[in-house]
Design a protein around this ligand. Structure first.
Ligand SMILES: CC(C)(COP(=O)(O)OP(=O)(O)OC[C@H]1O[C@@H](n2cnc3c(N)ncnc32)[C@H](O)[C@@H]1OP(=O)(O)O)[C@@H](O)C(=O)NCCC(=O)NCCS
Length: 314
């Protein structure tokens, strides 16, 4: 854990410090990922004290309780710490970045043993990648036990690559964050589709289905007579509808997640990840659609930028 220090004013500007990130894990529990504040430090210590000796990973945490408390205190002091939190149990996970120099930080993640394998580690890893990127690090380094297949899988899934196998028990992995910079973070109106295919609230599910199949789209905004969005009808809503004679607006999801046209594409990607959405309407101040953005719109932009960057002479 190095002596290099984070600029606290820069830290306060990061997305996770401005707004905790909430999601539902694979068991249906609501989880928030947020910065560690003083009032939760004791809970973090308790989480680590409850670890069994078999939870040792890369030689840590120490076995003896008092050494373990000091070890947690050092992480709190030296690291940029996030917690995974749930309302019934408090702190159930911890993720931290430890600056090694101006470009590189080390990553550590650990979850309460009863909360593993339900998606929380994946979300914490993504939050830490985003945080490291916002803090201008260029790479994240970590050491993982060769036998720790779950951790290796989570890291590899999130872009970490093996850089060295020392022939013993540990594997070094690195995530190159300069890829983030190459993937454009642009205002949504640069990537959205402006030709919004929608249906009026008087349309039936049968009409909506025909439109979805004909236009090969995954979801349709439902508009009232003032052209304001009152719902969004997805393929899943139609599959669950039971009858195609129902009105589309009665089957559609009414709590529509929408964005304004100056919203950044990075936020949209986070919404896709956290809400399992396929597309998001872009609305004006009156709630009327000016565009719609799907995963493919953002990927198309990424592809364009990456191809341009890889073209010799540019
Ligand atoms: C490593 C750890 C942080 C991962 O977090 P997690 O919440 O359990 O992981 P997730 O549920 O997000 O993801 C687990 C993934 O591993 C996969 N997995 C489960 N068992 C596996 C195995 N034996 N081999 C390979 N992959 C496995 C799951 O299918 C899932 O992948 P998917 O989402 O692609 O289906 C957590 O298990 C932990 O705290 N372990 C103890 C501490 C530790 O080892 N920390 C890492 C220090 S380097």
């Amino acid at each position: 854990m190095g002596a290099f220090r984070i600029d606290l004013s820069q830290l306060a500007q990061t997305a996770i410090h401005r707004k905790p990130y909430a999601f539902i894990d694979k068991r249906g529990t609501a989880i928030a990922i947020k910065p560690l504040h003083e009032d939760r430090c004791d809970q973090l210590v308790q989480m680590y004290l409850a670890f069994q000796a078999r939870d040792q990973f890369s030689g840590l945490p120490p076995i003896r309780a008092e050494e373990r408390v000091r070890w947690v205190d050092r992480m709190i002091r030296d690291g940029v710490n996030l917690i995974a939190f749930c309302f019934d149990s408090g702190v159930i996970g911890h993720g931290a970045l430890f600056p090694m120099d101006a470009q590189t930080c080390e990553l550590l993640i650990a979850l309460d043993e009863h909360r593993r394998n339900v998606g929380i580690g994946t979300q914490l890893t993504r939050a830490l990648l985003q945080l490291a990127h916002e803090l201008d690090f260029e790479r994240i380094w970590l050491n993982v036990d060769r036998s720790n297949r779950i951790a290796q899988h989570v890291y590899a899934k999130n872009g970490f690559r093996c850089v060295a196998r020392d022939g013993h028990d540990e594997i070094e992995m690195v995530a190159d964050l300069t890829h983030f910079s190459r993937l454009a973070d642009v205002a949504v109106d640069e990537v959205m589709t402006t030709d919004v295919i929608s249906i009026p609230e008087t349309a039936t599910c049968r009409e909506a289905l025909a439109l979805i199949v004909r236009e090969r789209i995954g979801a349709l905004p439902v508009l009232d007579t003032g052209r304001r969005v009152v719902g969004i009808l997805s393929e899943t809503d139609l599959l669950d509808a039971g009858s195609l004679d129902l009105l589309a607006k009665d089957v559609a999801t009414k709590q529509v997640v929408s964005v304004r046209r100056d919203c950044r594409s990075s936020k949209i990607v986070r919404l896709f990840q956290s809400r399992k959405m396929r597309c998001i309407p872009v609305l004006d101040d009156e709630g009327r659609p000016v565009g719609i953005v799907g995963r493919r719109d953002i990927l198309a932009r990424y592809a364009r930028d990456l191809l341009a960057a890889e073209t010799p002479g540019r």
